[in-house]
Ligand binder design. Structure first.
Ligand code: ZN
Length: 159
């Protein structure tokens, strides 16, 4: 079981309600503490729903039913404005420099597990920033995305 803390970020929109149709994964090149500072700063105008430290500790910044500001210009499932319908989950660390840690992967599975069936998600509802904002963003490293989605498919097999 991974450790979870809460640090409500001001950088979110309470309405409309987040549709929670899936998850966009990110990495953050800042440290866990530096990322928290940035998410708590109204001037940054950025937030994720959750960030996952190298040791698997999770910090919830924005409640699922609110809109976090993590995607910017983006398209997924034929729709733009992905913040309105995707949750944002960020891993600490540059995935082009270091692979996701096994504790990060386990923590992400724990975080997904309490949402997966309730939301009716399957693997096709999962994406990353690179795929929905291809010209602008490179997170995650495609190698790490393949590891992550393989882990997700193994943990949550399609019926
Ligand atoms: Zn990103």
């Amino acid at each position: 079981m991974s450790f979870e803390i809460r640090r409500p970020s001001p950088n979110c929109s309470p309405v409309p309600r987040n549709e929670q149709l899936g998850v966009c994964f990110h990495h953050t090149v800042l440290s866990f503490d530096q990322t928290l500072v940035r998410m708590m700063d109204p001037a940054s105008q950025v937030s994720y729903h959750v960030i996952i430290a190298l040791d698997g500790t999770r910090c919830t910044l924005v409640d699922d039913d609110k809109i976090a500001w993590h995607t910017g210009s983006s398209v997924f499932m034929g729709r733009s404005g992905c913040n309105n319908f995707l949750l944002g989950c960020a891993f600490v660390g540059d995935t082009y420099v270091d692979p996701l840690t096994s504790r990060q992967l386990e923590s992400a599975m724990d975080w997904l597990a309490v949402r997966w069936h309730k939301r009716g998600w399957n693997a096709s509802n999962m994406t990353d920033h690179r795929q929905i904002s291809p010209a602008r963003k490179n997170d995650l490293n495609p190698v790490e995305w393949k590891r992550l989605i393989a882990r997700i498919k193994a943990r949550f097999p399609s019926p």
